[in-house]
Design a protein around this ligand. Structure first.
Ligand SMILES: Nc1ncnc2c1ncn2[C@@H]1O[C@H](COP(=O)(O)OP(=O)(O)OP(=O)(O)O)[C@@H](O)[C@H]1O
Ligand SMILES: [Mg+2]
Length: 213
């Protein structure tokens, strides 16, 4: 089991915006988190990645209970076990593509390995982009680099927040295909949060979040 949530309440300050009695996701069970704007999808992804702390309950990722980790250990845990694809890509503009990916390895505390970086970029048709800066890439290329960065440390879990809502139909399907391909190639479980109904059919499991009042 890659995700095991019990009696979770999470939110901001003392106000809970997500309440989940139970959510279990098996390894390889790619899951779509669906729900209206404001229902707490991003908040839940932030809980899963240990960016947001919980108000109550237990969150176990790949056998590790996040509440047992210090903030620093949670950051290292995220770097090693979780690949994040955020809606805004957060590539560092002053660093080339290869240096952005080296940084992802350094932040996870794994040794820098240029062979792994090149291999990930090759799989995504981006090997020629190694020495370019993010501004020298098209939007679609930059999104593929963000996916490469998410898989570079062979995460158990890939979390993607609205990876398709800004894309037209063709690019939407291409982006989802790519996330599935990469999850399969790296043996990772994919969790995608969206309100984009177009990608619903691709997922065997759909979890609908209700707004928590
Ligand atoms: N940093 C914050 N501080 C306080 N409240 C917040 C914060 N971020 C989000 N919220 C509130 O928490 C609730 C859930 O927000 P969240 O971003 O998780 O929703 P979402 O389902 O991802 O929405 P969307 O589909 O628009 O991205 C919303 O009511 C929002 O206003
Ligand atoms: Mg959101």
């Amino acid at each position: 089991m890659v995700v095991d949530i019990r009696d979770l309440k999470a939110g901001y300050g003392t106000k809970a915006v997500v309440s989940l009695a139970s959510l279990q996701i098996e390894t390889g069970e790619h899951t779509l988190l669906l729900g209206p704007s404001g229902c707490g999808k991003t908040t839940l992804l932030n809980v899963l990645s240990g960016i947001a702390s919980t108000l109550a309950g237990r969150v176990v990722i790949n056998g590790t209970a996040l509440e047992t980790l210090s903030v620093g250990d949670r950051d290292r845990f995220r770097g090693k076990h979780i690949g994040l694809v955020m809606q805004r890509l957060h590539l560092i503009s002053a660093l080339t593509i290869s240096k952005n990916l080296r940084l992802a390895q350094q932040l996870a505390g794994v040794s820098v390995n240029d062979g792994i970086i090149l291999g990930a970029l090759e799989k995504l048709g981006l090997a020629a982009m190694l020495d370019r800066y993010p501004r020298e890439l098209s939007q679609g290329e930059a999104q593929r680099v963000a996916i490469a960065r998410a898989v570079i440390n062979r995460p158990a879990l890939i979390l993607a927040d609205e990876p398709t809502s800004a894309l037209d139909d063709a690019n939407c399907l291409a982006a989802i295909d790519l996330l599935f391909d990469q999850a399969t190639a790296y043996g990772a479980t994919l969790i995608v949060a969206t309100h984009d109904q177009r990608i619903k059919a691709r997922f065997e499991r759909v979890v609908t979040l209700e707004p928590y009042l």
